[in-house]
Structure formats: structure tokens, C-alpha cells
Design a protein around this ligand. Structure first.
Ligand code: ZN
Ligand code: FE
Length: 268
């Protein structure tokens, strides 16, 4: 990515305006503005300077930071973004000890509100044990952090394959129309790997062609939709016959199939 926050992609999801822009080497920065209340949330804080540049370009004032997990490339900008005051930092209560100082500790299953909009918190252990994702059921928007990527999923740094499969299976229950804002631009490499698993999946072939075109034009592959992931992402598809067959585990539990797909990706 070019690391230039001048290039902001805007997505409108009901009452939310969501800005997508690159940060660091391959992180995505997201800013979500609620047009009803004027509240503005950064989802994770990969790089303060890029987020500040985007805010100033949009003329938005930051009110919230929603953290998905404790890794440096997701929290590094928090301190600087909070320096002027007036910013509420939200994150998982269970991981509060290793996150920046939280003003609002959220717990999975206990809804939180962003303005008038319900936000559901899901525990998605796997990449880290304390990882959470944010889902807004009204506009059907998911911020998936490093749990679910376009045609990929996060590496298992702390959790087990069984935990990560459980996390993906939970997200798979959300509607196909859900717009997915994910943590990293890993889409080209993920597509390449996905083709090893399902070389004949027509939706995957079409998506890979689309991805190549988007990236060649300097565009961003975020956001995606959950429907696209359900049709093409070999990790979230670990419960399908096609993926089980591909890794020679027909009839095995989806978690076992997932573990094998993840293992193959790690070795690629
Ligand atoms: Zn991470
Ligand atoms: Fe990350």
C-alpha cells in the first residue's frame, strides 16, 4: 500500500459513513462516523499520524477508539490520538491489563451502543486469546480485526485451532450482506493460498481476478462482504465438503479441517 491517507475510500452503511485508508505497511485504518449523532470512532489505532491526517481531511473529530486486540500494530496510535482529551477508548475487559487504558470495558454478549446504534461484541479467540470483534446489526457492519481477513484468517499466535474455528463459526452465522472491515491488506497472498485449496471454485477464481485488478489500480480490497467470504474463504469454509475433500479429511470435524488448512497456510 502507498501509506498515503489522502486516498480515502468511503463506504456508506445505513447511517454510518466509514472511511478506509492504509496505515503502516499493510494495516487498514478505519474511521466510522454516525451521521445521526456525529460521533466518530477509529477502529484500532495502527498509526496516529495517518488517522489524524484522515480526520483532518474529512473534517471529523475523533470521539472513540474501538480496540480489537493488544498487538502493537493495532494500539500504537492510542496515546497520541488521546492526547487532546475527549476520546473514549473501548476494548475487551478480559484483556484490559495488556491494552492501553480503557475508558469503557466491554464484554461479549453485553451490548454496547455507539450513539443510538447497538454494537454486539463477540469474543473471537485464536489470533490472540483476548481478541474481540464489533458487529453493528442495524447497518450490518463487522469490524473483524485480525480474526477474519479477505480469503484469510489471523495466525494462531495464542489460541488454538479449535478456538479460532469457533470464532469463525460464530461470524459465519451473521448475514451474507454484512460488510466486513478487516485489519490487514493480505488479500493477494490469501487468494494465492486459497487457490491451492479450491482451484476449481468459480467464485474464488472471479474474486482473485477482481483482487488483482483492484490492487493494480491502487485500490483497497477492504471492505468485503460476509457472503463473499462464505463463498471463497477456505478458512471459514472448513465446514464444507469441498474444503474437507481438498485436504483429504472427508467426514472430519470442521475444526480438524480448519486446523489442517491453517497449518498449510503457515507452511506456504
Ligand atoms: Zn494482530
Ligand atoms: Fe495486526
Amino acid at each position: 500500500m502507498n501509506g498515503n491517507a489522502d486516498i480515502i475510500k468511503m463506504t456508506t452503511c445505513g447511517p454510518l459513513e466509514i472511511a478506509t485508508f492504509p496505515c503502516r505497511t499493510d494495516n487498514y485504518g478505519y474511521l466510522m462516523r454516525d451521521t445521526d449523532s456525529g460521533l466518530v470512532a477509529a477502529v484500532d489505532a495502527p498509526e496516529a499520524a495517518q488517522i489524524e491526517a484522515a480526520l483532518s481531511q474529512l473534517g471529523w473529530t475523533l470521539t472513540h477508539i474501538l480496540l480489537t486486540h493488544h498487538h502493537g500494530d493495532h494500539i500504537e496510535g492510542v496515546e497520541q490520538l488521546c492526547a487532546g482529551g475527549g476520546v473514549t477508548v473501548v476494548g475487551a475487559k478480559a484483556d484490559a491489563v495488556r491494552l492501553p487504558k480503557l475508558h469503557k470495558q466491554v464484554v461479549a454478549g453485553q451490548p454496547w451502543r455507539f450513539g443510538d446504534h447497538e454494537v454486539r461484541i463477540f469474543d473471537t479467540p485464536g489470533h490472540t486469546v483476548g481478541h474481540i470483534v464489533y458487529y453493528l446489526p442495524g447497518p450490518k457492519v463487522l469490524f473483524s480485526g485480525d480474526t477474519l481477513f479477505a480469503m484469510g484468517c489471523g495466525r494462531l499466535f495464542e489460541g488454538t485451532a479449535l478456538q479460532m474455528w469457533g470464532s469463525l463459526a460464530t461470524l459465519k452465522e451473521l448475514p451474507d450482506e454484512t460488510t466486513v472491515f478487516f485489519g490487514h491488506e493480505y488479500t493477494a497472498a490469501n487468494g494465492d493460498f486459497s487457490l491451492d485449496i479450491e482451484p476449481d471454485n468459480p467464485d474464488l477464481l472471479a474474486r482473485i481476478a477482481d483482487t488483482a485488478k483492484t490492487l493494480a489500480e491502487g485500490g483497497y480490497t477492504a471492505p468485503s462482504t460476509l457472503g463473499e467470504e462464505k463463498r471463497t474463504n477456505p478458512f471459514i469454509r472448513a465446514d464444507t465438503a469441498a474444503v474437507a475433500r481438498s485436504v483429504s479429511l472427508v467426514g472430519a470435524d470442521a475444526a480438524i479441517v480448519f486446523a489442517e488448512v491453517r497449518r498449510r497456510k503457515d507452511r506456504k
